[in-house]
Structure formats: structure tokens, C-alpha cells
Design a protein around this ligand. Structure first.
Ligand code: IFM
Length: 443
């Protein structure tokens, strides 16, 4: 099975960038060579991870990175999106852990030697535990610690990086980590989520200052995830509730960055749920960026609720991936067009898109036809957005290989490469072969 894009699609040109993506905690292991992070602590807390697992070994990428770079290269990708483990490169006293930094320098050198552009994410959720012990993202000081960390990384990496993203999916860090409590550090309460979000956004802005000063030649930006909300019915009540849900979950992160203000919904939040915004914070947050990374997987449905601002409804009878997320590619096109209409967007890269499928390996073959179908539909959804005028310049498949899927542990597989966690053998899935074919056939 192959992917099929229209003949004249710019996504069939070699100037459209393709890559694969991973994140430090999800693949590295090598836990003994770094400080603990909030996910180590969360994993060690009974009942938090579906299969009781942790990131101590994960895909053992820390030891197998050279083979993994070969694997990445075998797809013919233009770029590799990776994240840096903050607790691997910075010691508790704030100075650099040279050995940890060298791990990434060697990796970046190898990628560059193979002509693969490194897209580096500075924060993909693995906050050093000692910072969480001091309040984590609820403490404004953490944003300044992130700025210092960014400066160390940028100075150490020199000209090895093609693009820097400050944060990956601040919604997940803030809402899932400090409001719903289903991600590390597992804090629950509506009074916390938006405070954490503000400090994360501030951290983004402070890091952008550093990137623009010390790394002006790289593409510097952020990666945001969106799960667009659609009203369950056409009623005015459901539409209003959905608008509020979109402001709460999606635009909460994009509007401050592009418009320098929070969505209007902030005025409806009780005072104790609102963030503390200092003078000049919104200017720091809304600096110009070279690119916006967009992660998309699914949509959500909402209806009005008698006492809450909105209510999410899980609709029966729709097609879903193995993780339970509805497959609805039209939302991807709609989202890209919507963001392009709302904001003066810089070039867009799709920094994550992919599907969790219940893969089976038989005689060394993983015939993941459902994932191929998902990719095919979503690549075409991106193509539709491009034909509507959205400036999308690249696409990264999530993920290079199966890995630690956060609260789901190793039970959910998102890779285009299958990982046998007993042997660490990697097997390219049929979707990986289809991806490779698409890339090789570009003109
Ligand atoms: O695995 C995650 C990734 O770390 C962030 N974006 C969503 C993916 C799938 O849940």
C-alpha cells in the first residue's frame, strides 16, 4: 500500500520537508546518566501509568543512537525532530553536565553528517524534579530557569541545529499535568492549570529572546497541539459551549503568542483560576517567530452544560484509533485554514501527526494498513490546506518508532517502526515503507 497525493501537490516536491519525530523521555532510557525528572516520579507513583512501566530503558536510544540515526536516514527524510532532556544536560546547581551535553552534540553531528536537519525541541515535558520540588510550572521562577537552560544549550550546540522549538504542546504540560492531573506532575485543580500555562508561555517568550540573540540563524518557534472542538448540534447553546471549549483548550496557547492577549474567556474564569500576569509578560510571550509547529491527531465534540462552560461528548459509531481518538481528517484542513485566517502566521510545519494502532508482528512483518490509511488521509488534508493558501512547509510523522506513550506506558504504538521491547529489535512497518516510498518519489 502506498500514499497517494494529487499529481501537482507541492507535497510531492523535494522542497517540501519531511521528517520523523521523537522525544527524549519517550525513547532514550539512560536514566542513570541524568537527574530525575517529573515523569520518573510520576511513573514511580502507583496507578499513574496504565502498564506500571517507566522510562528507565524505553527504546534504549541512549545506547543505540548510532543505529537509530542509520534507521532515520534509511527513510530518506530531510529532518529529524528530537527533544533535549533538560535533566541530562543541566546539573542541579544550574551548570552544564558536559557528558549529557556531549550525547546530543554527537547525535547532532551524526545527523548533520548524514544531511538530516535537526529540529530540536527544548522542552518535551521532562522537567527536572528538583524544579518541581520548588513549585514546577506553578512557580514563575521556572520560566527564568528555562531561559538559562536554553542559553546553555544554544551555546553548546553552535551551528548544529536547523530549528529550535521552545516547548512541545504547552497545553499538555499545563492542563494534563497541573489541572486534570493525568500527566506528570499529577496536580489536580482548575486553580492551577492556567497559572502553569502562563508560566510556560512566559518561558517560551524568554527562550525566544535567547534564541533570537544567540541563535539568529536557526528557525525559532514553538510547537502547539490542537484538538479542534466541533459542536454536537447546530443549537446556539452547543455552538457557544464549543467556542468556549476551543478558547479554553486551543486558542489559550495560540492567541497570547500571536495576538499578545488571552482569549475573552479569561473574563469568565473565577479570579482564583486566572494567571497572575505581570507588566510586559504579554509582549515577551508574543514575539515574532520563524515558524509555528502544529501537532494534530483528532477532534473533540462539545455540547452545552447546565453548570459548566462546556461538556465533551464521546460520540458512538465513529472510526477511532487504538487510543480512542476519532479519525476525522477534515478537522486538520479546517484547523490549518482557521489558524491562517485568525493570525498572521509564520511558515507552518506539521511537527506531529500519526496514529496509535494495535500492531501485530508476524514473521517479521507489521502490516499496519489502518495507519497507512490514517497517514494517507491526513497528508491529503494538509495538501487541501495548502491548496487553500496555508503556508505549510513540512511534515513530521509521529513517531519514528514505538515508544513510551506517557500515561499509557508501552501499550500504545505510534511508530512507523515496530519496537520489540524485550530485544530492542526495530522492524520497519508497512507504513514506514510507504513513507519511504513517498519521500523517494518526490521530484
Ligand atoms: O506521544 C505523544 C507526544 O509525546 C506528544 N504529542 C502527542 C503524542 C501522542 O500522544
Amino acid at each position: 500500500m502506498a500514499f497517494s497525493l494529487p499529481k501537482n501537490s507541492p507535497m510531492r516536491s523535494s522542497s517540501f520537508l519531511y521528517g520523523v519525530a521523537t522525544a527524549s523521555f519517550q525513547i532514550e532510557g539512560g536514566v542513570e546518566h541524568r537527574l530525575p525528572c517529573i515523569w520518573d516520579t510520576f511513573c514511580a507513583t502507583a496507578g499513574k501509568i496504565e502498564d506500571g512501566s517507566n522510562g528507565d530503558v524505553a527504546c534504549d536510544h541512549f545506547n543505540r543512537w548510532q543505529d537509530d540515526v542509520e534507521l532515520i536516514s534509511s527513510f530518506g527524510v530531510d529532518a529529524y525532530r528530537l527533544s533535549i532532556s533538560w535533566p541530562r544536560v543541566i546539573k542541579q546547581d544550574g551548570t552544564v553536565n558536559q557528558q549529557g551535553m556531549q550525547f546530543y552534540i554527537d547525535l547532532l553531528d551524526e545527523l548533520n553528517a548524514k544531511g538530516i536537519k535537526p529540529f530540536v525541541t527544548l522542552y518535551h515535558w521532562d522537567l527536572p524534579q528538583y524544579l518541581e520540588d520548588n513549585g514546577g510550572w506553578l512557580n514563575r521562577e521556572t520560566a527564568y530557569k528555562f531561559q538559562e537552560y536554553t542559553k546553555h544549550v544554544v551555546k553548546a550546540f553552535g551551528d548544529r541545529v536547523h530549528a529550535y522549538a521552545t516547548l512541545n504542546e504547552p497545553f499538555c504540560s499545563a492542563y494534563l499535568g497541573y489541572e486534570a492531573g493525568i500527566h506528570a506532575p499529577g496536580i489536580v485543580g482548575k486553580e492551577f492549570g492556567k497559572k502553569a500555562a502562563h508560566h510556560l508561555l512566559l518561558a517560551h517568550g524568554l527562550a525566544m529572546q535567547v534564541l533570537n540573540e544567540f541563535s539568529p540563524k536557526t528557525l525559532n518557534g514553538i510547537v502547539l497541539n490542537f484538538t479542534p472542538g466541533y459542536a454536537l448540534t447546530d443549537s446556539a447553546e452547543d455552538k457557544l459551549a464549543t467556542h468556549k471549549a476551543n478558547e479554553y483548550f486551543n486558542y489559550w496557547y495560540s492567541k497570547p503568542i500571536f495576538d499578545g492577549e488571552y482569549p475573552e474567556l479569561i473574563n469568565e474564569l473565577p479570579a482564583e483560576h486566572r494567571p497572575e500576569i505581570h507588566d510586559n509578560d504579554m509582549e515577551v510571550i508574543s514575539q515574532p517567530m520563524d515558524f509555528l509547529g502544529i501537532n494534530f491527531y483528532t477532534r473533540a465534540r462539545y455540547q452545552a452544560h447546565p453548570t459548566e462552560m462546556f461538556e465533551e461528548i464521546i460520540v458512538e459509531g465513529v472510526e477511532r484509533t487504538d487510543i480512542g481518538w476519532e479519525i476525522y481528517p477534515q478537522a486538520f484542513t479546517d484547523l490549518l485554514v482557521d489558524l491562517d485566517t485568525r493570525y498572521d502566521l509564520p511558515p507552518v510545519y506539521i511537527t506531529e501527526n500519526g496514529a496509535s494502532i494495535d500492531d501485530e508482528i508476524e514473521s517479521g512483518v507489521v502490516n499496519d494498513v489502518r495507519r497507512i490509511d490514517y497517514y494517507n488521509k491526513h497528508l491529503n488534508a494538509v495538501n487541501d490546506a495548502i491548496s487553500k493558501g496555508v503556508n505549510v512547509q513540512g511534515y513530521f510523522a509521529w513517531s519514528l518508532m514505538d515508544n513510551f506513550e506517557w500515561a499509557e506506558g508501552y501499550l500504545k504504538r505510534f511508530g512507523i517502526v515496530y519496537v520489540d521491547y524485550q530485544t530492542q529489535v526495530r522492524t520497519v512497518k508497512a507504513s514506514g515503507l510507504a513513507y519511504k516510498k513517498l519521500l523517494s518519489e518526490r521530484s
